[in-house]
Design a protein around this ligand. Structure first.
Ligand code: ASP
Length: 292
């Protein structure tokens, strides 16, 4: 089976992005796509591939995750991430971490080296340190445009990064990482670190990573909803993904998701102005896009 990967760099209002800016965003997406696909092409596992793609996006200050994350209302960073293995339904996440350089790697460590699924704040950091996960000082996460956005009250600016993949062995995986929403209250937890809300993977159905108004995604348990529609109603991926997103819209939420199913079909619906997204399908064809 040919491997498949899809990634996103957030959905939302895209006004103000110049053609030059769009080129930079697309370059960032390409690099993350390549990082993930290289793993799959070498026969690596989907779990490895989504971690590689998300790590690359976390390191890129253009995207709201890791370096370049948005600010909380008290001008700090609180990072969230999760990862899930579709073959075993094992999953891990961290939330409200402010010094972990690549939260997705800490999420993976929680999955692989703890009996838990989600660790928060100080506990997540103590655990990450014990497992040799890299740390960074607050200055590393600083970007002046994000701080300006907070101080100007541009609270609608969000974003998140994520990846879903199907490997040659037929295993699915998903990962998501975010700084959350600009100006969020300290301690606020969004959908991204919550299994079933922002991230889900099950070899029997699909792998999903979401981006958008996290509160709405949590309320409809979006990522699990897409999987459940396939499992219980036999819906094809595209229909299940669109129906899940319609539920988000019904309660006033906006955003999008990326999903891949066990046959390698890809869906990348969004109901916002745009969504930074990219994929390489079963036929090896590559898509990199922002708008409709
Ligand atoms: N879903 C993220 C959160 O609520 C933000 C986003 O994707 O725009 O934390």
């Amino acid at each position: 089976m040919n491997p498949v990967i899809a990634i996103h760099g957030g959905a939302g209002v895209m006004r103000g992005i110049t053609p030059q800016g769009a080129k930079r965003y697309k370059g960032g997406l390409e690099r993350a796509l390549d990082a993930g696909y290289a793993v799959l092409e070498a026969g690596g596992a989907s779990l490895e591939a989504v971690a590689a793609a998300v790590t690359q996006l976390e390191d890129d200050p253009l995207f709201n995750a890791g370096r370049g994350a948005v600010y909380t209302s008290d001008e700090r960073h609180e990072l969230d991430a999760s990862i899930m293995d579709g073959a075993t339904l094992r999953a891990g996440g961290v939330t409200a971490a402010s010094r972990i350089r690549n939260p997705v790697l800490a999420a993976r460590a929680v999955m692989e080296h703890s009996p838990h699924v989600l660790l928060a704040g100080r506990g997540a950091e103590v655990f990450a340190r014990k497992h040799a996960i890299a740390f960074a000082p607050p200055s590393y996460f600083h970007t002046s445009n994000r701080l300006r956005a907070l101080r100007k009250g541009l609270l609608r600016h969000h974003g998140t990064v994520g990846a879903v993949a199907l490997d040659a062995q037929g295993n699915l995986a998903a990962a998501t990482s975010t700084g959350g929403s600009t100006g969020k209250l300290p301690g606020r937890v969004g959908d991204s670190p919550i299994i079933g809300a922002g991230t889900y993977a099950d070899n029997a159905t699909c792998a999903v990573s979401g981006t958008g108004l996290g509160e709405a995604f949590i309320r409809v348990a979006l990522a699990h909803e897409v999987s459940a529609r396939m499992r219980l109603r036999g819906e094809p991926l595209a229909r299940a993904a669109a129906a899940g997103l319609a539920q988000v819209a019904r309660i006033g939420g906006d955003g999008g998701l990326i999903a891949v199913d066990r046959r390698g079909n890809i869906a990348m619906p969004f109901n916002s102005e745009g969504m930074f997204r990219a994929c390489i399908g079963r036929d090896g064809a590559r898509i990199v896009a922002i708008y409709r």
